[in-house]
Write a protein that binds this ligand. Structure first.
Ligand SMILES: [Zn+2]
Length: 228
């Protein structure tokens, strides 16, 4: 993995699309090469810092730590820490990870998440999401050809919906707390899709219920069910 992670990610912009606020090419390392058939691809939001995020061992990453904890608890991996050993095991067990938006490398994505402003969403967040997912996401998923896909929150879900707008039938957005599974027979996509929470340590209210559950715990419950 050493060699692939030191390469830069190449991404050619589509000529007729605007990338408001985005960086072309993105500040992102290339993804590692999968080691075999992919059981499940996780789709996250965007790298939280330049050349940082899930695959980067240049410091800690909250999402890598959260997925390590979840996959350990449901007994999919045995690595003790969210380090390079975990990433190797993650790949060898048929998991993979992609960012939905690659051209935004800050922890806060414009117009989404806590304290989000609608103006930021309309002017930057959504146009960038559409441009970026149109450039990368469809082709990457076709190449990976996974058995299952898991969208970790609203930005990944909307990105998938946009990337497959021509061939797929993903419904208007619901809440990721519902943990909905969309079957290929309903969507026209080549794989079942789980739409669950970004695994944060904050509690969220489950739609339609009064209980508050830590988002990460909901992700774990949904994922355990989806992987069976
Ligand atoms: Zn991009």
């Amino acid at each position: 993995m050493e060699t692939t992670l030191t390469e830069k990610y190449h991404c050619e912009p589509l000529p007729d699309l605007q990338y408001p606020g985005g960086k072309r090419p993105p500040d992102l390392f290339a993804y590692p090469r999968p080691s075999g058939p992919i059981r499940l691809v996780f789709i996250g939001w965007n790298p939280p810092k330049p050349f940082g995020g899930f695959w980067s061992l240049n410091g800690e990453d909250n999402l890598r730590s959260a997925l390590h904890e979840i996959l350990t608890r449901i007994e999919e991996v045995v690595a003790k820490k969210p380090d390079g050993t975990f990433l190797d095991e993650f790949l060898s067990k048929g998991f993979f990870f992609l960012h939905a938006v690659k051209c935004w490398t800050k922890a806060k994505y414009p117009g989404f998440g806590r304290n989000a402003r609608k103006e930021d969403r309309d002017k930057v967040g959504l146009p960038l999401l559409r441009a970026c997912s149109a450039t990368h996401l469809h082709a990457e998923l076709e190449q990976l050809s996974p058995a299952k896909v898991c969208a970790l929150g609203v930005v990944p879900y909307l990105s998938l919906r946009h990337a497959y707008r021509a061939s797929g039938r993903l419904p208007e957005i619901g809440s990721p707390t519902e943990g909905r599974v969309f079957e290929p027979s309903d969507t026209g996509l080549g794989w079942p899709l789980l739409y669950t929470c970004f695994p944060q340590p904050q509690p969220v209210i489950v739609r339609g219920k009064t209980e508050r559950v830590v988002a990460k715990e909901l992700t774990r419950r949904h994922l355990e069910m989806f992987l069976q």
